[in-house]
Design a protein around this ligand. Structure first.
Ligand code: PEP
Length: 253
């Protein structure tokens, strides 16, 4: 059975102390209140990874994720953080290809393919983001746009590698806008993503791949989204900055 995952993406929010407070609130709530078998992930800025990992590793109820990594191993890349550095903090997931990184940092599909290789060879779990901008949605080309993103960055992987990848479908027009995709729109895209993965990796891998929805997900709409047959959880931005809201989404199954 594929895994259900609710992952928070704190983006560039929280000082170290604020982040530790939020993480411990989440850990305590998960310990006391989690109803289902949902894997909970906190996607923190790099500065929090080590200390939040220590905090969660004592419980193993919650996992920690970086929000990006370098495609390089080490060396003269000022400001970058390598996969081995991330691994040394105890983090076990890495978010890759978030639309904000593609847009503001010019990340290309080729770079993302290299980053995926690095993350997978370290034995960490990539959460690979894909999703279309509004003009593509309005033109009705969302499926071909997202399938191309998948082809370009994932289709060089082996089946064994693909089995380690988590996908997050995040329509750009729904991120941080308060405008959520309807459950029907999201389900349609998740189904198309799974079908596309099957063309390359086969039905078994496609069926087992966790595909998360991201874009203005909140406690009030999470259940309707998560109960769609091809939606396996969420990548949560704004609502992951409040422990109570995040817990409401974790318990939305
Ligand atoms: C995100 O950026 O990954 C995201 C889903 O943000 P929000 O939940 O705030 O729309």
């Amino acid at each position: 059975m594929r895994k259900k995952i609710v992952a928070g993406n704190w983006k560039m929010n929280n000082t170290l102390d604020e982040g530790l407070k939020l993480a411990s609130e989440v850990v305590n709530m998960v310990k006391d209140e989690r109803k289902g078998d949902v894997i909970v992930v906190l996607g923190t800025p790099f500065i929090h990874l080590s200390q939040v990992s220590k905090l969660v590793n004592s419980t193993k109820d919650v996992y920690v994720s970086a929000q990006d990594c370098s495609q390089h191993e080490s060396g003269a890349y000022t400001g970058e953080v390598s996969v081995s550095m991330i691994q040394s903090t105890g983090a076990e997931f890495v978010i890759l290809g978030h639309s904000e990184r593609r847009e503001y940092h010019g990340e290309t599909s080729e770079q993302l393919a290299e980053k995926l290789d690095k993350v997978l060879s370290a034995g960490l779990t990539p959460i690979f983001c894909c999703g279309e901008p509004l003009d593509v949605r309005e033109a009705g080309n969302q499926e071909s746009f997202v399938c191309s993103q998948l082809t370009e960055s994932l289709f060089h992987l082996t089946k064994e590698q693909m089995a380690q990848v988590v996908i997050a479908y995040e329509p750009i027009w729904a991120i941080g806008t308060g405008k959520t995709a309807t459950s029907g729109q999201a389900q349609e895209m998740h189904k198309a993503i799974r079908k596309h993965l099957a063309t390359k990796f086969g039905d078994a891998i496609a069926t087992e791949t966790s595909i998360l929805y991201g874009g203005s997900c909140k406690p009030s709409n999470a259940n309707e989204l998560f109960t769609q047959p091809d939606i396996d959880g969420g990548l949560i931005g704004g609502a992951s900055l409040n422990a109570r809201d995040f817990m409401g989404i974790i318990n939305a199954y």
